[in-house]
Design a protein around this ligand. Structure first.
Ligand SMILES: Nc1ncnc2c1ncn2[C@@H]1O[C@H](COP(=O)(O)OP(=O)(O)OP(=O)(O)O)[C@@H](O)[C@H]1O
Length: 313
């Protein structure tokens, strides 16, 4: 089912817990956001804020001890959380795909690149001739700026940046409406990072896909996304168009994140340290959001939980 007028993804009050011996960790505490057709949404926040947990739940890839305890995830109007397994499997790759954290290490070390594509394509579309697969793979490799010879190579024969490009090409092989990229460039050096990130945006634009780009590098996000959602302790605390967010950050935690971008002049980044992070085991209300300007929402109820302790040091 497609509904071109509505958002590609509409997530409402999503809740994910991890069962631990000390009680449930409330990793995603009622998160609500949507992604429009063709839009790139940045999901930022420090390690442990729940970004990956939320993304995996959107794809319904949550596995024990994690479990989705509430909410809805509408993909093109259909609730992903209510689908049976076969329907869900059909949707992965074709309607939504994931570039997982550290994905370049997820390539099969004993299969040539072309065979890894063949697996993904044939799982969804059935057996195809080698010539057909090969020409599709060459086209996909070209899209991510890789030479055709890469098809015949094994992962260990590629650099980190090349492997990451292969993963991007695989994620778009079946033209998904939504791509979720979890820190797709974090393992790469800075120059390669920018090039790979740009490639990701280029292919997304060509496919007219939507994308969720997870990361904590605010400078990189600033260049790549249309809107940013800031996560803190399992909640989205601010969400706004990217320029608006940088110009007019309203939440204390967003200000910290922006201030932590190292500037050219000031080499030393501001050390961001937030104390009294709520114990994720304690049930807490998800904050109410106030719209402070069109499309700019900020949490109003949890400001007092956040306090800066460390300054430039
Ligand atoms: N298997 C698990 N068991 C218990 N708690 C977990 C488990 N996996 C994650 N968590 C907890 O859930 C919270 C959210 O983690 P998550 O990995 O989603 O954060 P993140 O923002 O994606 O961080 P990172 O950028 O490091 O990936 C953290 O408090 C984490 O400790």
């Amino acid at each position: 089912m497609t509904s071109p007028a509505g958002p590609v993804l509409d997530v409402r009050d999503l809740r994910v817990h991890y069962r631990t011996q000390g009680g449930d960790v409330i990793a995603v505490n009622g998160v609500t956001f949507s992604v429009a057709r063709g839009e790139t949404l940045g999901l930022v926040g420090e390690s442990g804020s729940g970004k990956s947990t939320a993304a995996m739940a959107v794809l319904r890839l949550t596995s024990p001890p994690g479990r989705i305890v509430g909410g809805s995830v509408l993909l093109n109007g259909e609730d992903v959380l209510a689908l049976d397994e076969p329907s869900l499997r059909r949707k992965r790759w074709t309607e939504m795909s994931l570039i997982p954290q550290g994905s370049m290490n997820s390539l099969n070390p004993v299969a040539r690149i072309v065979e890894q594509f063949a697996d993904a394509i044939e799982t969804h579309e059935g057996k195809q001739s080698r010539a057909t697969i090969r020409s599709r793979v060459l086209e996909l490799l070209a899209l991510v700026n890789l030479p055709g010879r890469v098809a015949s190579l094994y992962p260990h024969e590629l650099s980190g940046g090349m492997k990451q490009r292969v993963c991007i090409a695989m994620s778009i092989a079946l033209s998904p409406a939504l791509i979720i990229a979890d820190e797709p460039t974090s393992a790469l050096d800075v120059v390669v990072q920018r090039a790979v990130a740009q490639t990701l945006l280029d292919v997304k634009a060509k496919l007219n896909s939507s994308m969720i780009l997870i990361g904590h590098d605010m400078a990189l996000q600033a260049q790549l996304v249309d809107r940013i959602a800031v996560m803190y302790a399992g909640n989205i605390v601010e969400i706004a168009p990217v320029r608006e967010l940088f110009r007019n950050p309203r939440h204390e935690y967003t200000r910290h994140l922006i201030a932590s971008i190292p500037s050219i002049k000031e080499r030393k980044p501001l050390v961001v340290n937030v104390v009294r992070t709520p114990d994720l085991r304690t049930p807490r209300p998800s904050p109410e959001m106030e719209e402070v300007s069109p499309g700019h929402f900020v949490a109003v109820s949890d400001e007092d939980r956040i306090e800066e302790v460390a300054r430039r040091g």
